[in-house]
Design a protein around this ligand. Structure first.
Ligand code: SAH
Length: 480
């Protein structure tokens, strides 16, 4: 088999990135947009020794799970990978992805794991509360916006993404319209010239509050008052800001924010807890599923009211405040200082007094705390530790400290099941076992999924001994 050869091939499996996998003469071909169950005509693009990559030229016989996608750009756009796959089959794919990683990377026997069925959405479209639209210029010199094509920074013009809220289009029409009319330039990534880079839109699903943040390569936005006047006509407009990003980088946001109108944040609810969200804070993008995810984390934490809980990688305190409703004390740790400011404020606006927050790396704060306590003759204590790290997972120093602290339960919330499996392996080789695990589909039509896992301490007496020791230590000290 060589480059440009064409074959008909039956797709028998799907890779973690959503590509269909078919075999020709015993060699696996990875074919983007081909779905499990399809027979497709494919053209070989690149060959390696054991496998190759091919382009889908035509669907010869469609898979029974192939459906009509809502978005006409689903193949070019880098946002969705599996929109043409029925939602039920998407859920099965994601569940298998999590289990596959636990087996391959974690070394777990998944047939013996207490796996609960993946939590999907009733309506898996228009679920995103956040979108970042890149602004560019097309060949005719018109301002365009939409989404990047897969693996490139070429903009596919589309203001009406099937995953986003409908007000996105209205906002983009206004911004682009004024840019065209007033001759305001779009940023050009190659030259580093031009002004408007991205438009960030956030929407509070419960409060219906809208945030627009225009990210510019400069200090000032000309005709800012014209933008404000037009945007404030939209019902629910709450926050209009500029973000200044003068660096020639593909990082979207800079650090500095200027308020143009209204306030710097919007408010939204998850369950009974309200959160203030600024342009720079991390906030889960799918609020409907986030409620289910956090409720599950809370259920796994199994709090009775007198527990000490650590919530590591806490962002704006989302999970921490959820837990604080049921725990004695919650400590949250997060690396971004603004997020911790939000977290503290979120505690205040909810009247929550039993949550405390620390800025820093989880892998610094918790081990330092452990060492300090040890020096003082005490043992750092937690009944439950919750972790919700970014895709790269937890640092091994942090996992070591968790093992030293011996909480009764660890609740691991993960957006990447590969690093989840790697970290669970470390914890389960020592004192923990997986007692519950469940995927939650936060990112319908993409190949990503969240998963929550409950780890229980196999040595339930370890903690009792510790608290007795602490009591005894106290007594010894008092006697002295
Ligand atoms: N639990 C929160 C945030 C989860 S996202 C929520 O559900 O909303 C992961 C968070 O970890 C981000 O806020 C990120 O800023 C933070 N983070 C990344 N590396 C970190 C580290 N080494 N230590 C602590 N926080 C970190």
């Amino acid at each position: 088999m060589k480059k440009n050869d064409e074959f008909n091939v039956k797709i028998e499996d799907m890779a973690v990135g959503g590509e269909g996998i078919g075999k020709v003469a015993g060699i696996a071909l990875f074919i983007k947009d081909a779905l499990i169950g399809d027979t497709v005509r494919a053209k070989v693009m690149k060959m390696k020794k054991q496998y190759g990559f091919a382009r889908m030229m035509e669907v010869i016989e469609p898979s029974p799970w192939r459906v009509e996608p809502k978005c006409q750009f689903h193949r070019q756009c880098g946002g969705c990978q599996i929109q043409a796959l029925s939602y039920e089959k998407q859920l099965e794919f994601k569940q298998n992805k999590v289990l596959g990683n636990l087996q391959r990377i974690g070394g777990f026997d998944v047939d013996k794991l207490p796996v609960e069925p993946i939590v999907g959405m009733d309506d898996p479209y228009h679920y995103r509360n956040k979108a970042q639209f890149p602004i560019g210029t097309d060949k005719e010199g018109h301002i365009v916006t939409g989404f990047y094509a897969g693996r490139t920074h070429q903009i596919i013009p589309n203001r009406d993404c099937a995953l986003g809220v409908s007000v996105n289009e209205q906002i983009l029409d206004i911004v682009i319209g004024i840019m065209e009319e007033k001759g305001i330039t779009a940023y050009d990534e190659e030259t580093g010239k031009g002004l408007v880079r991205h438009v960030l839109i956030r929407y509070g699903f419960t409060t219906k509050e809208i945030m627009v943040c225009i990210i510019i390569n400069g200090k000032k936005l000309p005709y800012a008052d014209v933008f404000v006047e037009a945007l404030t006509k939209i019902e629910g407009m709450t926050s209009i800001t500029l973000n200044h990003n003068l660096k020639q980088t593909n990082v979207i946001m800079g650090d500095e924010i200027t308020l143009l109108w209204g306030q710097e944040y919007i408010t939204d609810y998850i369950g009974d807890i309200k959160y203030q969200i600024s342009p720079l804070s991390f906030y889960q993008v799918n609020p409907v599923q986030t409620k289910k995810l956090y409720s599950l984390a809370l259920e796994y934490a199994d709090l009775k009211g007198d527990e000490t809980v650590w919530d590591l990688y806490c962002g704006i305190g989302t999970i921490s405040l959820f837990l604080a409703q049921k725990a004695k004390k919650v400590y949250g740790v997060e690396i971004i200082p603004q997020a911790i400011e939000n977290a503290k404020n979120n505690a205040v606006i909810n009247g929550i007094e039993n949550a405390e927050f620390f800025v820093g790396k989880a892998e610094d704060i918790l081990p330092d705390f452990y060492e300090k306590e040890a020096k003082a003759g005490r043992k750092a204590y937690a009944d439950v530790i919750v972790v919700d790290p970014p895709r790269k997972g937890c640092d091994s120093i942090l996992l070591d400290t968790i093992l030293k602290m011996q909480p009764e339960r660890v609740v691991y919330v993960s957006c990447d099941s590969a690093t989840l499996a790697r970290d669970l392996k470390i914890l389960c080789e020592k004192d923990y076992e997986i007692t519950r695990v469940r995927a939650v589909d936060q990112f319908c039509h993409t190949t990503h999924t969240e998963a929550v896992c409950l780890l229980s301490n196999r040595k339930p007496d370890a903690r009792v001994k510790i608290s007795v020791e602490t009591e005894e230590l106290k007594k010894v000290k008092e006697e002295k």
